[in-house]
Write a protein that binds this ligand. Structure first.
Ligand SMILES: [Fe+2]
Ligand SMILES: [Fe+2]
Length: 317
């Protein structure tokens, strides 16, 4: 798409942006992050005469801690995402209003998750701060995605973070963390709906280009937190725990949106659109096969661990 074609598309999508901003403002709840943090559990750290942090103070398992830290550090990088959205959507009209509304809502997520973790001693505060610095120093660069690609990416990304928060909360075993993360997940769901509806409107206006963008983003999707120090190792632990893995990515993130957009039911596509749809079908097949292989490997590793840990049977003779 040329710059003028993109500008034309933005103009045509203005009505969808206005309608979806209005819908969002009507349903988004102005919730209070301080009401989700057990302040009474808080106490000073060593410099102020209290106790230094140590792992046994946390009621979270090491994996739950890792998942919460990754979710928090992902949220911490908000200025990077804000800059990308301003670059893509601009500052005017409904697009500009949406970017600021979205940013204000997202800012709650990191602040209340950090409060929760510090008050409950759920994380090493020094390590967390070093990781936050490193993450924000890396920043976020979406690689100059064009408008449609950006809208598709954020649709997937918001649904991915929704699943990640929701599943981390369930996994944590702490009702306070679960309540907090379920609340955040509801925000991510509303954000996803905004972008999803923009993509749906774009699919009506420019089906082939939108389909190509969807195909590209399915094949190249990377979590926004990938710049976090040690992300690959942490993501592996999170996947092993079933908090966020390829199966969830395929079943709960990619496929619900592909179905919602009605991609495989659409008629009257031109040659480019049909090619993009075929490429998407094969990308989905590959993703599904990778998800199945991952689940199988994980089950085998789990079975092997169970056998290794079984007490030896002795004394029978
Ligand atoms: Fe968020
Ligand atoms: Fe979000």
């Amino acid at each position: 798409m040329t710059t003028s074609e993109t500008e034309d598309l933005v103009r045509q999508l203005n009505a969808a942006a206005e309608a979806n901003l209005a819908r969002h403002l009507a349903v988004a709840e102005n919730w209070m992050p301080h009401e989700f943090v057990p302040w009474g559990e808080g106490r000073n750290f060593a410099v102020l005469g209290g106790e230094p942090w140590s792992a046994e103070q946390s009621r979270l398992s090491p994996v739950a801690r890792t998942a919460l830290e990754v979710n928090l550090l992902t949220e911490d990088n908000l200025p990077g995402y804000h800059a990308e959205l301003v670059r893509t959507f601009g500052r005017d009209g409904a697009w500009g209003a949406w970017v600021n509304q979205w940013t204000a809502e997202e800012a709650r997520h990191a602040s209340c998750m950090r409060d929760y973790l510090l008050v409950t001693r759920g994380t090493d505060p020094d390590r967390l701060e070093h990781a936050r610095m490193a993450t924000m120093q890396a920043g976020f660069d979406a690689g100059g995605k064009p408008l449609l690609h950006a809208c598709v990416y954020v649709s997937f990304q918001e649904l991915a973070t929704r699943a990640s928060h929701r599943n981390t909360g369930r996994y944590s075993g702490d009702p306070i963390a679960e309540r907090l993360l379920a609340r955040i997940a509801m925000d991510e769901n509303l954000h996803m709906i905004f972008y999803r509806n923009i993509v749906k409107a774009a699919f009506q206006i420019a089906p082939s280009e939108t389909l190509r963008a969807i195909t590209d983003e399915v094949t190249s999707f990377v979590m926004p937190g990938s710049v976090i120090p040690g992300f690959a190792r942490k993501a592996f632990q999170i996947a092993q725990a079933g908090i966020y893995d390829l199966r969830i990515h395929h079943d709960d993130v990619i496929m619900p949106l592909v179905r919602h957009w009605g991609i495989f039911e659409a008629e009257g596509l031109d040659g480019d659109g049909e090619r993009a749809r075929q490429d998407l079908a094969s990308a989905l097949k590959t993703l599904d096969a990778r998800a199945a292989a991952f689940v199988e490997r994980r089950a085998e590793a789990h079975a092997k661990r169970c056998i290794d840990q079984e007490p030896e049977l002795g004394g029978l003779g």
